[in-house]
Design a protein around this ligand. Structure first.
Ligand code: FES
Length: 133
């Protein structure tokens, strides 16, 4: 059984749910913040160029059932550029075009995972310190 043979993620799924409109939906954070913002932002780490590259390559690969969209902040800013693929809910942190190629090939074409680039639950960004009164 390959990952593509598995049933959809069962969380809150009902028999009344329509079939998926896209087989996979990829969200690429392109949020921009001022350069001195303590959390940084994905745009400053090249996410717009990476998104454009992924869209171009997905088209070249003929991935008609995959949609690649901009996203606002996904709240994992320090670990960005942040990318998440649904319906699996797998998060990635690609830094280069080669990383995007790996996600495209391993996840979107083959249905596997680009494990080297995956974000894990323990990779959550540090919480900002609360100001003391
Ligand atoms: S700026 Fe991209 S996750 Fe927050």
């Amino acid at each position: 059984m390959t990952p593509d043979d598995r049933p959809p993620v069962p969380i809150n799924a009902t028999d009344e749910d329509p079939p998926l409109f896209y087989k996979r939906h990829v969200f690429v954070c392109t949020n921009e913040r001022p350069p001195d913002h303590p959390r940084g932002c994905c745009k400053a780490k090249g996410s717009v160029e990476l998104r454009d590259y992924m869209k171009m390559r997905a088209k070249e690969l003929g991935l008609k059932d995959v949609r690649i969209n901009n996203a606002g902040c996904l709240e994992r800013c320090e670990l960005g550029p942040s990318v998440v693929v649904y319906p699996e809910g797998v998060w990635y942190s690609p830094k280069t075009r080669a990383d995007m190629d790996e996600i495209l090939q391993r996840h979107l074409v083959e249905g596997g995972r680009a494990t080297r680039l995956m974000l894990r639950p323990g990779d959550d960004p540090p919480k900002p310190e609360k100001k003391k009164d």
